[in-house]
Ligand binder design. Structure first.
Ligand code: 5AD
Ligand code: FES
Length: 358
């Protein structure tokens, strides 16, 4: 049964639901296939992206997110430009070759100017040796263009769920949290020429396996270059916490996330797929397990340590109290344990992007 599906060229929504429900030997077949596809199409290489969470100040109020605007228990911080540039330098010296600048969502002139200026400085300071990914939420086309022209090559903007009705249940019902706007932004990013990344949360309240199957089909239809997706983890200071009794147990959310990654790798052979931190929050070896069955990117957190405890999108976030050096040293050993090699000093552009551009 599973073998027949795994041998197909393209999966239907029903096929994906069957794959996501695989257990025991069937699950092992799925994982063996996704591992083989990974090895054949993107090799056993893992790319590191140094993640700098430079501010947790956010204008939005997503009902699942720990740093939502209405959460008054959060200590809001803003890493200085100097510290950001130092973190970039650390990434370069650590041979990461890529950084991700992430923050809460802000849309004002000072913020847009600041990011543009930072991008120019990064490009000068590193002599263009480092790839910069932005993860700064919904912005106007003009802003996305300015940042692209200032040197950002990649952008991450998760769709969170491709089901518009479910999206509405996870966000306040206002124009600042519009599903259509989110879709438009992803389209715009692609048209500007960014390597475009998106993703979803897995195991959300009200989410069905069909929703998840449609998420994977959505990524394929939109020709996405990079995916970051991981388990939803409830946070007690958010409105969605109310529905915690309806969630799958954490371990099942974790297993479902691994299956999502495996099926996606088979469907989109040459994209970049991140082994996300949320996986590690549930299982200490979570990211390594994801690498084994299809993921090929890890984002070590290189935010200056003193700020790190305040960027808690969800609870039990790992590695918040270590310094960056500890993380990068132990990571290589762990990647090798999963049978992969770290691609030091390589940009690791999405092959999907390079091929669609040519
Ligand atoms: N659990 C898991 N992931 C979360 N994110 C936000 N809140 C949570 C949570 N409670 C994810 C969202 C967002 C990304 C930056 O973090 O998908 O896009
Ligand atoms: Fe900040 Fe969702 S709460 S973007």
């Amino acid at each position: 049964m599973i073998e027949n599906i795994l041998n197909k060229d393209a999966f239907t929504s029903e096929d994906i639901v069957t794959l996501l429900s695989a257990e025991g030997t069937e699950k092992q077949l799925l994982f063996a296939k996704s591992a083989a596809v990974k090895e054949q199409h993107v090799q056993k290489k893992v790319y590191f992206r140094g993640l700098i969470e430079f501010s947790n100040i956010c204008r939005k109020d997503c009902l699942y997110c720990g740093i939502r605007k209405s959460n008054t228990t959060v200590n809001r911080y803003n890493v200085s430009d100097k510290e950001i540039l130092e973190a970039v330098d650390f990434a370069l010296k650590s041979k990461f070759a890529s950084v991700v600048l992430q923050s809460g969502e802000l849309e004002n002139t000072a913020f847009v100017d600041r990011v543009e200026n930072l991008l120019q400085k990064i490009s000068e300071q590193t002599e263009g040796k480092i790839r910069v990914t932005l993860s700064l939420g919904e912005q106007t086309e003009e802003t996305y263009k300015r940042w692209f022209n200032a040197g950002a090559q990649r952008f991450l903007l998760r769709i969170e769920t491709s089901n518009a009705d479910l999206y509405k249940k996870l966000h306040p019902n206002d124009s600042l949290h519009s599903f259509e706007q989110r879709l438009n932004c992803i389209r715009t990013l692609k048209s500007i020429g960014y390597q475009t990344g998106t993703g979803v949360m897995i195991g959300l309240p009200f989410q069905t396996t069909e929703d998840l199957a449609n998420d994977l089909l959505f990524f394929k239809e939109r020709g996405i270059d990079m995916i970051g997706m991981g388990p939803y983890i409830e946070h007690e200071d958010t409105p969605l916490y109310e529905f915690r009794d309806q969630l799958l147990p954490l371990k099942e959310r974790f297993e479902l996330s691994l299956k999502m990654i495996a099926v996606l790798r088979i469907m989109m052979k040459n994209i970049n797929i991140a082994a996300t931190t949320a996986l590690q929050a549930i299982d200490k070896m979570g990211r390594e397990k994801a690498l084994k069955i299809g993921a090929n990117v890890i984002m070590p957190n290189i935010t200056p340590g003193i700020y790190r405890n305040n960027y808690l999108l969800y609870q039990n976030k790992p590695c918040t109290d270590e310094n960056a050096d500890d993380c990068s040293q132990c990571l290589e050993a762990r990647v090798q344990m999963s049978g992969d090699e770290v691609a030091w000093d390589e940009w690791g552009d999405s092959k999907h992007f390079l091929e669609r551009r040519d």
